[in-house]
Design a protein around this ligand. Structure first.
Ligand code: ZN
Length: 291
């Protein structure tokens, strides 16, 4: 393999080329196997907000203990509406858009807990966005049903750099073909760290028949909340925006891009304990959308 992404546990993969590593101390702690194993499982489970599901829903076996999840800024007062620090709340800039294509997120269970996850921004802008939690042994029944629905043409967004599924790889023109055939194109994004996304791709037989759509872009990431290993590694919302743009949903792409920008700037400023006094250009465009 030529790409260090495959070997670096710090990298956050969202799909396509969209990787960015974790740099939140909490998320690093979450995946430190040495410290995780040294903890008392009972204590870890009782404290972990992720362990509402402390048993695997498929087997009933207890899940391995996890470290307590504390995102950076856990003690900062957060807005209940947008979950950002109240210092720079995102709520005034919430905007929705229409799109021909849809986005479904197959999200690793740990990713849901991170306030820096950008997948949720997609659902804010595109209310038809579906979010499924991935468990290896128990596929989401609703996802399975939707995958069978002929109204939709789902594409798994994933890099095309492995030979064993080369016959499934399609280009963005397949999105237009799906529309022409009267089907709704769906970008199915695997939302998690790179390792999690790769595991989802490899361990979900119900994805095996779907076409694989790699994101091809020269765009560089603007995400500042997790340090990317490479500027070419886009985060989830950026990947969705770029696919929407390439697939012909320019307005939705712009709205999502702007909303992501507003999120990025607001969150980063709050981490520096700075209030954004004058709305940025992206924020002004979002306000203008509301008329
Ligand atoms: Zn808010």
């Amino acid at each position: 393999m030529q790409d260090d992404r495959y070997h670096d546990p710090e990298l956050r993969q969202v799909c396509a080329s969209g990787n960015a590593p974790e740099n939140d101390p909490a998320t690093e702690a979450c995946r430190d196997p040495a410290t995780a194993l040294s903890r008392d499982p009972a204590t870890a489970l009782s404290r972990d907000p992720a362990t509402a599901l402390s048993r695997d829903p498929g087997t009933g076996h207890p899940r391995p203990p996890r470290r307590e999840f504390k995102a950076r800024g856990s003690f900062v007062e957060r807005c209940p509406g947008c979950n950002l620090p109240v210092l720079n709340c995102l709520c005034p800039y919430a905007a929705t858009a229409e799109s021909e294509a849809r986005v479904w997120l197959l999200t690793h269970s740990m990713e849901h807990l991170k306030p820096t996850n950008t997948g949720r921004l997609i659902r804010d802008v595109l209310p038809d966005t579906e979010v499924f939690t991935w468990y290896r042994t128990t596929p989401d029944e609703r996802l399975l049903a939707l995958l069978e629905d002929e109204c939709f043409a789902p594409f798994v967004v994933f890099p095309d750099d492995q030979p064993d599924y080369a016959d499934r790889v399609v280009g963005i023109d397949a999105v237009a073909e799906a529309k022409a055939a009267g089907r709704t194109p769906v970008y199915l994004l695997l939302d998690g760290t790179w390792r999690q996304a790769r595991r989802i791709f490899r361990k979900s037989p119900y994805l095996d028949a779907l076409p694989v759509l790699p994101l091809r872009t020269e765009r560089l990431t603007r995400y500042r909340l997790r340090k990317p290993a490479s500027a070419a590694h886009l985060c989830t919302a950026e990947v969705a925006a770029e696919l929407l743009r390439q697939g012909g949903d320019a307005d939705a792409a712009q709205a999502l891009d702007d909303y992501f920008d507003a999120f990025n700037d607001s969150y980063a400023a709050s981490r520096r304990f700075e209030r954004i006094e004058a709305p940025t250009a992206a924020m002004r465009r979002l306000l203008a959308r509301k008329g």
